[in-house]
Each structure stands twice: as C-alpha cells, then as structure tokens.
Design a protein around this ligand. Sequence first.
Ligand SMILES: [Fe+2]
Length: 188
Amino acid sequence: MQAPITEQLERVFANKGDSQYGFEAVTQLEHALQAATLAEAEASTPELIAAALLHDIGHLLHDLPDDATVRGIDDRHEVLGQRFLESYFGSAVTEPVKLHVDAKRFLCATDSSYESQLSEPSRQSMKLQGGIMTPAEVEAFSAFTHHQEAVRLRRWDDLAKVVDLKTPPLTHFLEIIAAEVPISEVSE
Ligand SMILES: [Fe+2]
C-alpha cells in the first residue's frame, strides 16, 4: 500500500528539495513554495496552486545532475512530473504541469516583451526544449483545455527565483491539497 500522496510529496521535498533549482540562486523547495505562493495570491483554484507547487517535481524524481541543462541534457521533467502526478490528480493539476515548459516556448512566440525577461538559464534550457514555437505549434498548444493555466503557471515559475523570500511552509500547501484538491489514491 502506497503512502498517501501528500506524505509522498513531503518525502520527495525532504529528500531532494534542497537541491539547487538549475542555475538559479534558490533551492527546488524555495522555488516550488514561491510559485505556489504567487498562485495563491492570485486567488487561483486549489488545483492550480497544487500545479504551481508541483510543476517541477519531475526534477526531483530522477538522478541526473543539477547542471544537466548545461551538459546538453533535457531531463523532460515536465513529462516525468505529469506521469507521477496523474496517478493521483486530475488534468486541472497535471496538464499545467505537463505544459509549463511549452508555455515558455508559447509566450516567446506570442508576447514580444516576454523573452527579454527570461533568466539566462531559462533561455539556455529553451534551446534544448525546442526553441520558440512555430505558428502551427502555437495553434496546437492553444487547443489544450488548460493551456491558459499553464501560461499563468509559467509566469509564476519565472518569478519564483527570489533569494530569501518569505513564504508559507510546505505544510500549508499540502494542507490545501489534502483538503481541497480531488485525489484518487492508488491502492495495491
Ligand atoms: Fe520551475
């Protein structure tokens, strides 16, 4: 029998949350908490707050080095994260997670002021992730049910890199998930 998902998440962050968030000056846990705090501040649905907290969980589910990107490796963390989460959560959580990398490529194609705001590591990783979207890719992306939530999440993701920012603790967001997000626990 698997532990409840909130316990599993607590363990994942306890084990690997203090790893560096790529080449940014915050840890994975700080980055996740800042993204979730921004989502909550904008009165998002509990599902989108969960997606913001968990959007990079895929980075914590593999053993590739923290500097995989500079070594030219795309860890496909958005797909790893989606696959892990979809055993427990519906598409309102998993789809923004799956699409948050493509949302960067989408925003670069559709918002002329966006690319210049990206950090250098974000710009570097985008080259590995497929570069700026073509018009056909923009159209395909726009057809996803939760693409707008993915774009909102992306903007929080880009901002969630502030050194020493005070946020609520992980337990605050896990309580929101446990109380307000529909969860299907897997039993074996
Ligand atoms: Fe992120």
